[in-house]
Design a protein around this ligand. Structure first.
Ligand SMILES: [Fe+2]
Length: 311
């Protein structure tokens, strides 16, 4: 397929300063020098940026950037989109420069979300990624920056766009129990070895996305991030005995657990915009030579217990 990976994501948020604190001091991303209290960008690897936040009312995912290899791959995607009747935004001004890519096309998906396809991202190996919290690294490279769980009003329409037009492939489905009489089928889609770059479901959610996911290099990275997001500052205390205390400052929404499909060990935490971040490690990869899709009836092998009732 032409799309190689999720290259960047941009969020429209009400509180940029709080997002800056959240993504650097808690998640451990590296802020770029051009960040302000109106907009900020964050690095996870050698790329000039991977996640951006801009002042806005949406408090949600505003755009996603998918990467192709080169100009001819971008042209193939442009033709495929036009043949499918997708309107490509003709005047994007200096958007490619703003995104720090050589060229891109932009369009809306069937639900109004802006999707961008690009090549030629800015890369800075000469300025190594250094996490402010000591995260040892993030799994990116040919698997892209991570994944997001996308809630749509019409999953048939969503699958026909993302699978038939953009070229994503189904990894598996999970029939997710949301209550005693309610099950929602999550469809997990890949475009590279990452088990899913996007999950899509017809789910009743207040935001476009339920969560986005960042995959760290080690299990200890997950444990330390879990402590930080639980309001426990291991750098300023010698005690590890705070586990049973009430934690009004905790962002955690689940315990650590392991997913049934991608085998990710992760936890979930609310972001300053209300949707969640999944922070994980240890996912298995998909190989299209031998992968066959399966069906699951729960999301976790173990763990991932909800902590929301305690808040
Ligand atoms: Fe996830």
């Amino acid at each position: 397929m032409e799309i190689k990976a999720l290259g960047y994501m941009g969020f429209s948020v009400n509180d940029v300063p709080e997002w800056r604190r959240y993504l650097t001091k808690l998640a451990g991303l590296m802020e770029t020098p051009c960040s302000t209290d109106e907009q900020a960008r964050f690095r996870m690897d050698s790329r000039s940026w991977r996640i951006g936040v801009e002042q806005g009312d949406l408090d949600d995912l505003a755009f996603a950037g998918f990467e192709v290899a080169n100009p001819s791959a971008l042209e193939k995607m442009r033709v495929r989109l036009q043949e499918a009747g997708v309107k490509i935004i003709s005047d994007v001004g200096d958007l490619a420069k703003k995104r720090d890519v050589l060229d891109l096309i932009a369009f809306k998906d069937p639900f109004g979300m802006q999707i961008e396809i690009f090549y030629g991202a800015g890369d800075s190996y000469e300025k190594p990624f250094v996490s402010p919290t000591g995260v040892t690294g993030f799994q990116t490279g040919d698997q892209g920056l991570g994944h997001y769980f996308y809630a749509v009003p019409d999953v048939v329409k969503g699958l026909s766009f993302y699978v038939d037009v953009l070229g994503f492939k189904l990894s598996d489905v999970i029939d997710i129990p949301l209550g005693p009489d309610m099950t929602v089928r999550g469809h997990f889609l890949h475009c590279n070895g990452r088990h899913h770059t996007m999950a899509i479901a017809e789910a009743p959610m207040p935001k476009r996305i339920h969560h986005f996911m960042l995959q760290a290099a080690t299990l200890d990275d997950v444990g330390h991030a879990c402590d930080r997001l639980d309001g426990f500052d291991y750098q300023t205390t010698d005690s590890n005995l705070g586990v049973a205390e009430e934690k009004p400052n905790s962002y955690l929404t689940t315990t650590i657990g392991r997913h049934v499909n991608d085998h990710m060990v992760s936890f979930y935490a609310r972001t300053p915009s209300g949707f969640e971040m999944e922070f994980g490690w240890g996912a298995r990869a998909v190989d299209d030579c031998n992968w066959t899709m399966t069906r699951h009836s729960r999301t976790a092998m173990w763990g991932h217990k909800s902590l929301r009732k305690q808040k």
